[in-house]
Design a protein around this ligand. Structure first.
Ligand SMILES: Nc1nc2c(ncn2[C@@H]2O[C@H](COP(=O)(O)OP(=O)(O)OP(=O)(O)O)[C@@H](O)[C@H]2O)c(=O)[nH]1
Ligand SMILES: [Mg+2]
Length: 594
């Protein structure tokens, strides 16, 4: 059978999953109400976190489709996928046009020699500017050094959400047939060299409680058979032997157990616990290895600790250091960008690709019933040729013109430098290079400074020489000096001093951070104190006090706003910020010492 392997790539939210879903539906592979974003977190956040495989049958051809995540924290996942497919569909929002992640995924695709098909999506948006976007996409190709063949791309116009695609804007179309036809015409069938000896390479990992580690592999030559004894060659030269204990291919979104899969196809294998991305699976140890797939290095690190807050153990099922360790070990099976150092007795040091990458892991853990504490994320420094290096990001900011001054000023203080600035659809688009260290903690401030009208997206670009001290606005924490229920009467007074994170009635403990202080340093306060009952009013009057809704601490907000002497406490039902040292006396003593 003819097989075509494609990946769908784009900036976050441009409609990759909507398009993949409709392709699967219209070819009868899945039910109508189905979505590829099936994981609970994906549904809730409306973003793709894990890349996923599906396949469709179209006119006797099998098309394997990999839907990829658009968020920059998961960018390395896309890179791996691109190594293992034959063509990409680059989706671009007809209003937003090419965005940073569009540039990144297209650059990677062009470098690998892939010939993209462009889909200008969301042409139904009232603010769509189809022709301009098309022009911008072409310029981006040129800019990224596309060759003539790559420049000769086909553009398809789409309303992915409704499952409509057309080759000309004025065409009448009711489905995605024009896109499917384009795929069949433009994507070359995968090479089907079944007479050679097997060579296959994993580009993704999965885990199954019964089968253990699974690898999703592209078969380049020969056949994989159930029960085969294979040789796995690692990029470092290590060779291990294994046996294929289960073999699947994809049909629709289901994995289908098969006894044989052949060159050109994507398969999933079980039976080799040590298998890893980029290994070469073959039959003889003297076969040549396939080019390795590099995994991006982590850029930030933080400590995971057992929860030792005064409320520890109240809300979670799994709270011990052993349970946390086992869970993290399981995560390492599939979470490719993650690294963990278990060597310290007091904490586990977790290295990741960005705050969202870490936040997703924490969110999954808390949903499973874990309680945990984490320290402030720190960037990872490297030493190369005697020089100190740190991670840098490219931050693309779209702001209404009025706010661009403030943004530039703050980004400069954080050691950001402008690499480009131009008008963009009524706003100003400014592109900065900035140390990750400078960007940490800036998003909240940015939202406030731009009254929620600015858009900031950033992605890691490289390790570069250390940029020196970063000037940040240090915001003090407002800390509870007592344990008990937050009283509206006290909160109403505290509101004038800063932004509160907790609401009336919340259970608080001594040392918990309940808000920030607009001006000045940390401040211990008493949020428990109700109005004096002796003045004739009942405490019920507390309910009548109108408070501004608190800025509730979410995982991402917590990771961003926390200070170095704080922990973020995470339980299935609460996320609290706290001082590492709970009493003011202890904190003062420590400050005196240093
Ligand atoms: N107006 C309009 N909205 C669309 C269209 N296609 C998708 N959307 C909406 O755009 C949003 C994002 O769509 P997704 O398919 O989740 O985007 P994505 O590219 O998969 O996003 P990530 O995987 O998180 O990067 C959803 O709310 C969709 O309903 C379209 O053609 N027109
Ligand atoms: Mg998606």
């Amino acid at each position: 059978m003819e097989i075509r392997n494609i990946a769908i790539i784009a900036h976050v939210d441009h409609g990759k999953t909507a398009l993949t879903d409709k392709l699967l539906k219209q070819t009868g592979m899945v039910a109508d109400d189905f979505s590829m974003d099936q994981n609970a977190l994906e549904k809730e956040r409306g973003i793709t976190i894990y890349s996923k495989n599906g396949s469709i049958d179209y006119k006797g051809a099998k098309i394997n489709i990999v839907d990829t995540p658009g968020h920059a924290d998961f960018g390395s996942e896309v890179e791996r996928v691109l190594r293992s497919i034959d063509s990409v569909i680059l989706v671009v929002d007809a209003q937003e046009g090419p965005m940073p992640q569009t540039r990144f995924v297209l650059k990677k695709s062009l470098e690998l020699g892939l010939k993209p098909i462009v889909v200008i999506n969301k042409i139904d948006k009232p603010a769509a500017r189809i022709e301009m976007v098309q022009e911008e996409v072409y310029e981006l190709f040129l800019d990224l050094g596309a060759n003539d063949e790559q420049l000769d791309f086909t553009t398809v116009y789409a309303i992915a959400r409704e499952g409509i695609a057309k080759l000309n804007i004025d065409d009448k179309s009711h489905d995605l047939t024009p896109l499917l036809e384009t795929i069949v015409a433009r994507v070359e069938p995968a090479k089907n060299d079944i007479d050679s000896l097997l060579r296959a390479q994993p580009f993704n990992l999965a885990y199954d409680d019964f089968l253990g580690r699974l690898a999703i592999v592209r078969i380049y030559e020969g056949k994989i058979k159930f029960g085969d004894n294979v040789v796995v060659k690692k990029p470092d030269g290590t060779i291990i032997n294994g046996k294929i204990s289960k073999l699947f291919t994809f049909r629709g979104l289901k994995r289908e157990e098969v006894i044989e899969a052949e060159a050109g196809d994507i398969a999933m294998i079980a039976g080799i616990p040590e298998i890893y991305i980029g290994d070469t699976i073959c039959i003889n140890a003297d076969q040549e290895t396939l080019p390795a797939i590099t995994i991006d290095e982590p850029t930030i690190a933080l400590n995971f600790l057992v929860n030792n807050s005064p409320f520890a153990g109240r809300e979670g099922k799994f709270v011990t250091s052993k349970q946390i360790k086992e869970r993290l070990e399981k995560e390492l099976e599939v979470n490719v960008g993650l690294k963990i150092d278990f060597s310290s007795g007091d904490f586990y040091k977790v290295y990741g690709r960005g705050e969202l990458h870490i936040a997703i892991l924490l969110e999954n853990m808390r949903r499973e019933g874990f309680e945990i504490q984490v320290s402030q994320p720190q960037v990872i420094f490297k030493e190369e040729g005697g020089q100190k290096l740190e991670p840098f990001e490219e931050a693309t900011i779209d702001v209404p013109n009025d706010y661009s001054g403030t943004v530039i000023e703050k980004m400069s203080k954080r050691k950001g430098t402008i690499v480009d600035m131009r008008p963009e659809g009524g706003d100003t688009r400014i592109i900065f290079h900035i140390p990750t260290r400078g960007l940490l903690g800036y998003r909240g401030e940015f939202t406030i400074d731009t009254r929620g009208e600015g858009i900031l997206c950033a992605r890691f670009i490289d390790f570069k020489p250390y940029a020196g001290t970063v000037e940040k606005r240090d915001v003090g924490s407002m800390i509870s000096m007592a344990t008990g229920k937050a009283a509206a009467f006290s909160l109403a007074n505290l509101e004038n001093r800063g932004t509160l994170y907790v609401k009336h009635g919340a259970e608080l403990y001594e040392g918990q951070v309940i808000g920030n202080v607009a001006k000045g340093n940390d401040m211990a306060v008493n949020p428990i104190k109700g109005k004096n009952l002796s003045n004739m009013r009942s405490s019920g009057a507390d309910d009548a006090i109108k408070l501004t809704p608190p800025w509730e601490i979410t995982l991402e907000r917590g990771l961003e706003t926390m200070n170095a002497d704080e922990y973020l406490e995470i339980t299935p039902s609460n996320i609290r910020l706290r001082k590492q040292l709970l009493t003011e006396t202890d904190r003062i003593r420590l400050a005196r010492k240093s």
